[in-house]
Design a protein around this ligand. Sequence first.
Ligand code: SF4
Length: 291
Amino acid sequence: MTKVDIDPHSGFCGGVIRAISTAEKYLAEGARLYSLGAIVHNEAELSRLEACGLGRVGPDTLDTLDKGDSVLIRAHGEPPSTYVRLDELGLNTVDCTCPVVLRLQASVQKASERAQVLIFGKKGHPEVLGLVGRTGGRALVVENTANLRDMLNGGLISQSGPVELFSQTTMSPEAYSEIIVQLRSFAGERLTVHESICAQVASRHRELKEFAAAHDVVVFVAGRDSSNGKVLYQWCRSVNPRTYFISSPQELDPQWFDSAAAAGVCGATSTPKWLLDKVAEEIKICNNSAL
Ligand code: SF4
């Protein structure tokens, strides 16, 4: 019989909670509301919100909306050009950019006026696109240490001027430390490092480490497109090799729990609590275990 625990710190971060509750409020008032891109990287939560009436639109299909329709900017934020485009099309902007991301955007913009800006993040990620947009497209995006080495060898990093380094809010603090060490050895005192990983993400790394180590088996629940989900899953796996990634309860395999006394269920900043509950219930049913 396997005991099942849900990580009390997993579930939506403050930015996602704010965006979803704003969407729910607008929909309850009968607004025609469209999210610019997926409001959260979780398929199950997206289906729930779509059933409540939330539409989805992409940058290329904005002109198919009617004047006066509302477009929600998600917690990741958007580059300045998006706001201009929404205005030009006569659309109502519902800006749900997370306040933490808004501060980061302002900070990146200021830094780009005095230094070369590097952003540690995932190329093409919406938050990163928003940040690069604040620098007029000049900021360089670094994905990992190999990528940084290529940039250094290719002479892309300033040899003599100031360099400022930021991180996308959901990156791994450990991976950011490696980037800092490598860049510091090249730029020395010319480098200014900004601790821009979200405090909620950084503390989740610490908490998840303890949670993963305290269970025989860990089931990590997140959407396949969740950047934070991929990072946290790998983090759990590095602590506990019996960690499995799923997006829905249907993906559970009862054999994972063979001779496991305790199973832990956890997730990303984009994983809804109700989905963690459902997964824990399903483990309990398929293993005839106690929650
Ligand atoms: S991870 Fe942090 S910064 Fe990013 S949306 Fe959530 S609360 Fe905001």
